[in-house]
Design a binder for this molecule. Structure first.
Ligand code: GLP
Length: 261
């Protein structure tokens, strides 16, 4: 894994956006793995600014969202379908017909989740998956004890995750109890992953994911099994890492052909 530690959240978003822009510039019809939550917002803002400036064209790219709530109306402002349309598709000028979100309103949930995994494979797989991480180490909505071989499926949200996401809802009771999420196995199938985290609130999760044992108790640690995982964090989120100087030295001395910003 490559660990990049930067001064500010905006730096985290800018550098992650550069990695994604390089993928899209090399492959205009790239398949992007899209994440919601606060962590990727600076990435989307930086990508949108590049599109605006005519430096980047995402109009041919397709996208697969990581997850969605079950039972939430499609037009609810906090359905991930709405969030992805509002925060990603529109600002980046993506083609809405090329962007998928798991169908949390399907009558046959098992068929819908199976079909979602098949659709990702049929698209040639995700070229780069954007990830945040929950304070309990979840990625997507793969809560602790999720199988590292898991596929897209329905999951029960941990109470702490519902509490954390309640900030997006008028009433905490409105936060759904279940979700559909790409599995850890599905995420590990992506050709590359970039995880971003900011703030002291993510320091424990980042330390466990990066330097802890590979364990279902910290789903983010599954990324240690990925051949191309880039973890980009600010100083606060890196505050519990032990090899900080080594990560900074490695980043500062990266061979030119590996540099992307
Ligand atoms: C949510 C999302 C995850 C996200 C995580 C952290 O549960 N399903 O994809 O990574 O929470 O969210 P935030 O970035 O808002 O802290």
């Amino acid at each position: 894994m490559e660990i990049i530690i930067l001064p500010t959240p905006a730096d985290v978003g800018r550098v992650a956006a550069s990695l994604i822009a390089r993928v899209v510039n090399e492959k205009p019809a790239a398949v992007l793995g899209l994440a919601t939550g606060s962590s990727p917002q600076d990435i989307y803002r930086s990508l949108a600014a590049r599109v605006e400036a005519g430096e980047l064209d995402v109009s041919q790219a397709s996208g697969f969202a990581l997850d969605e709530y079950v039972g939430i109306p499609l037009d609810h402002p906090e359905s991930y379908a709405s969030v992805i349309a509002r925060d990603v598709v529109e600002p980046l000028g993506m083609d809405p017909a090329k962007v998928r979100v798991p169908d949390g309103r399907a009558d046959d949930i098992e068929a819908a989740t199976r079909e979602y995994d098949e659709a990702i494979a049929a698209a040639g797989g995700v070229d780069i998956q954007i990830l945040g991480i929950g304070a309990n180490g979840h990625i997507g909505f793969n809560e602790p004890t999720s199988s590292i071989a898991s596929r897209t499926r329905i999951k029960t949200l941990a109470p702490s995750t519902r509490e954390a996401n309640a900030r997006f809802f008028d009433d905490p009771a409105d936060v759904p109890t279940h979700c559909l999420t790409q599995g850890l196995g599905t995420i590990l199938d992506a050709k590359a992953v970039v995880l971003v985290a900011q703030g002291a609130g993510k320091a424990d999760a980042i330390a466990a994911a990066v330097e802890g044992p590979v364990s279902a108790m910290c789903p983010g640690s599954a990324l240690q099994l990925h051949r191309h995982a880039t973890i980009i964090v600010d100083e606060a989120a890196a505050s519990k890492l032990t090899l900080t100087e080594y990560y900074k030295y490695t980043y500062a001395n990266k061979p030119a052909f590996q540099r992307f910003e």
